[in-house]
Design a protein around this ligand. Structure first.
Ligand code: GLN
Length: 446
């Protein structure tokens, strides 16, 4: 598959031919179920979009039954930014319902397969975007990351996935899951493409009040020769699989060879991350999903009266995982439990942020696993608690609002990709991309 950088050089005619081939290839790989649909917005370079990013007059469902029939009334800000740069939406990719999940199995449209092994999950929730890029069915894609949903599927499918600093990319037109954690980001074949796409979609937007209103760009200064101080976390990785530990060793050596200074640091026991995250995310999701009542959006199931219409619509429209989270979110926000759970989770979130600040006083980047193992087989994460625990290495980054990039390091003995992530200080995307480019060159995965 041509890279985004190469695609930017194509003539109009070459681009038209390319799109024809792309359609044929997507059709031939239909069983992967990476795309929900292959709508085409126009003449620009085709970029696949996760099905929670709005394109005017396109259907957008967030992978849910409750949004069947809903047509987006306006473009997400990232879509307008793509169009300005000569890129255009091409296809909606499969995802866990409302971005809740780590496997893409909770989609109304059925599961997506991992392009490296059809009996394994592609990761989630942006599993469709990751599978599309990993299988050569997209030049690049956009995903959203609330607790790892860009980085983890990227790692499982052998591609690059980047979550920007909270506030860097406008969330206007993104279907909300947990608004204080959600960020849209690039999913690409390599680090340079991720930087190009990040530069295109990031920047100020008055329509998003949490937007940082910063417009500095990474690519003009992209420099893999910069020497950086990078933290490794020996205790933090103890519970990871042998594959992940091997990748961690390999990457650490590669960074040393590339001339970076490696120092050992520690992060607080990550088991509190899971609790803080799942309390915060479900509380916010409960509030965000209250708007899907059958009156204002999408699918309606007529009941005996208005109250019954709400109940029938929501009971039939939402899947099990979404219902579980609405229940959990309402529980942690309810009177009597609010202080015990929600307030404590916010305090923990603050401690996690301070923990990162402490490490970043001394280093430029942190090297971390993305997931505890390679992509699991279907069914291995069937128990919700096991699934939540598998997010252990990604969610603290969202709780602290930091930028991070997942890139493939090696393949294990079964040919499954193992990815790792670099994490940077807030708004320090330049350092993140510089370090990632250097690591990518040194490990030479492709
Ligand atoms: N797996 C996590 C969850 O289910 C993260 C999802 C995401 O980042 N959207 O909440």
């Amino acid at each position: 598959m041509i890279t985004l950088k190469q695609a930017l050089q194509l003539s109009k005619e070459e681009l038209t031919n390319f799109k024809e081939e792309l359609r044929t290839k997507i059709e031939a790989n239909k069983e992967l179920n990476a795309y929900i649909s292959v709508d085409d917005f126009g003449e620009g370079i085709p970029i696949a979009l996760k099905d929670n990013i709005q394109v005017k007059e396109w259907s957008v469902t967030s992978g849910s039954n409750i949004l069947q029939g809903y047509i987006a009334p306006y473009n997400a800000t990232v879509v307008n930014k793509l169009l300005v740069a000569g890129l255009s939406p091409f296809g909606r990719t499969n995802m866990d319902e409302f971005a809740m999940g780590s496997t893409t199995e909770s989609s109304f449209y059925g599961k997506t397969l991992n392009p490296h092994a059809p009996d394994r999950v592609p990761g989630g929730s942006s599993g469709g975007s990751a599978a599309a890029v990993g299988a050569g069915l997209a030049i690049a894609a956009l995903g959203s990351d609330t607790g790892g949903s860009i980085r983890q599927p990227a790692a499982f499918c052998g591609i690059v996935g980047m979550k920007p600093t909270y506030g860097r990319v406008s969330r206007y037109g993104l279907g909300s899951y947990a608004s204080s954690l959600d960020q849209i980001g690039p999913m690409t074949q390599n680090v340079e493409d991720a930087a190009i796409l990040y530069d295109i979609i990031s920047g100020s937007d008055e329509k998003d009040s949490t937007n940082a209103q910063l417009d500095d760009k990474v690519t003009p200064n992209l420099n893999s020769d910069r020497k950086l101080k990078i933290a490794v976390l020996p205790h933090y990785i103890e519970n990871a699989s042998e594959d992940v530990k091997n990748a961690y060793k390999l990457a650490t050596e590669a960074l040393k060879v590339a001339g970076h200074e490696i120092v050992e640091k520690e992060l607080m026991d990550a088991k509190y991350d899971i609790s803080a995250y799942y309390i915060t995310a479900t509380a916010e999701a409960t509030t965000n999903l209250a708007r899907y009542d059958g009156i204002r959006y999408g699918n309606r199931v007529e009941g005996k009266n208005l109250e019954d219409t709400f109940v029938q619509t929501r009971s039939q429209g939402f899947g099990d995982e979404v219902k579980r989270r609405i229940l959990l979110g309402n529980f942690v926000l309810s009177s009597g439990y609010y202080e015990a759970y929600y307030v404590k989770a916010q305090k923990t979130r603050h401690l996690i942020k301070e923990e990162y600040e402490r490490i970043f006083e001394d280093v430029d980047l942190i090297l971390s696993p993305v997931a505890p193992s390679v992509a699991p087989k279907f069914g291995e994460l069937a128990n919700p608690i096991d699934m939540y625990l598998s997010d252990i290495y990604t969610i603290s980054v969202n709780l602290a609002g930091l930028p991070a990039l997942s890139l493939p390091i090696m393949k294990n003995s079964e040919g499954m990709p193992v990815g790792l992530q670099l994490i940077a200080k807030p708004y320090n995307e330049q350092t993140l991309f510089d370090g990632a480019l250097s690591l990518e060159k040194e490990v030479n995965y492709n």
